[in-house]
Design a protein around this ligand. Structure first.
Ligand code: PMV
Length: 308
């Protein structure tokens, strides 16, 4: 049985698609994959999305397409097996469930067939497979899921290796994730931002340059352990995401609720337009208070540590 972990983008979603830096971390929510022998062919059951496929029967199906990329990259097309997938990560919610799914599958195949793939190669295959879900992903989700750490990420727009730098914190961050339970489509959200950017180049240039600056400041604040400053930057990042139009009234409500209950900063995470947000809390007690306040508004909340 192998695991793939979800991720939280602390800074820079959407902007990373255009080569700006982002900061992301894996989180405790996961998918897991178990391989069983099968007489003939390849079957996959994904309990998270309630999908059940026999490979090749419906070639347009997203799981079928994902599997075919993984099999081609690993040279396992002729094998016979069955995969059972489950986990606790909410799907289509901005927590990187597709990347987690893919990483758990590759890790299980790697172990079972003794492929000897290292993290770099696992990440490369996961990135290729992520295209099925997201059209033109930056690669930040699969990178956070593969490396299971807090990291700095910059997409290489010329197609070469992305810049990945593992970040070290003095103390892990106390975080609450709030889920609006409104599912979103990442590819749609990314396409929408592109359209708005093309329509309003001057406005977006200004926002993009603020976003680049902000992530640089955030790295500095995080590494110095400046919680208050990090919180302020989280709020500023949310403001920029609102300006590019990917927040929603539910996300704004959850951010406000978190700040009213003592969070130092709160922002959406992932593609937005629904999905999840997170709140950075000064301590465990506040984290519990914020998580409860979110649940009181009838949304889901999860607590997690980042950078531990
Ligand atoms: O919502 P998610 O988990 O699919 O996150 C997507 C993050 C984006 O920056 C919006 C897209 C990307 O590929 O980086």
């Amino acid at each position: 049985m192998h695991y793939g972990y979800g991720k939280l983008i602390l800074f820079g979603e959407h902007f990373v698609v255009y080569g700006l830096p982002g900061i992301a971390s894996s989180i405790g929510l996961y998918t897991r994959c178990q391989l069983y022998p099968n007489d003939k062919g390849i079957k996959v059951r994904d309990r998270l999305t309630n999908k059940n496929i026999a490979l090749g029967e419906n070639k347009a199906e997203i799981l079928d397409r994902t599997m075919r990329i993984i099999l081609e990259e690993t040279g396992l097309e002729e094998k016979n097996f069955r995969l059972e997938i489950d986990g606790d990560i909410p799907v289509f919610g901005g927590l990187g469930s597709s990347a987690a799914l893919i990483v758990s599958i590759i890790r299980e195949l790697n172990e079972h067939y003794q492929l000897g793939l290292d993290d770099g190669r696992i990440n490369d295959i996961a990135f290729k497979a992520e295209h099925v879900f997201h059209g033109n992903p930056s690669g930040i989700d699969n990178t956070a899921s593969t490396y299971r750490r807090l990291l700095w990420f910059e997409k290489n727009l010329s197609g070469g290796k992305n810049k990945i730098e593992l970040l070290k914190l003095k103390k892990p961050l106390q975080v609450v994730i709030g889920n609006t339970k409104i599912i979103h489509d990442t590819a749609e959200a990314v396409a929408e931002v592109r359209k708005r950017k093309e329509k309003n180049p001057e406005k977006f240039d200004k926002i993009f340059s603020e976003a680049r600056n902000l992530v640089l400041q955030a790295k500095n604040a995080l590494e110095k352990g400046g919680l208050q400053k990090t919180g302020e930057l989280v709020n500023k990042n949310q403001e920029l995401l609102r300006e590019i139009g990917v927040s929603s009234k539910e996300l704004d409500l959850l951010c406000e609720t978190s700040l009213e209950n003592g969070a130092l900063g709160a922002k959406l995470t992932g593609a937005g337009m629904g999905g999840c947000m997170f709140a950075l809390c000064p301590d465990e007690k506040t984290r519990e208070k914020v998580a409860q306040a979110i649940r009181k508004k009838r949304f889901d909340s999860y607590i997690t540590l980042v950078g531990g």
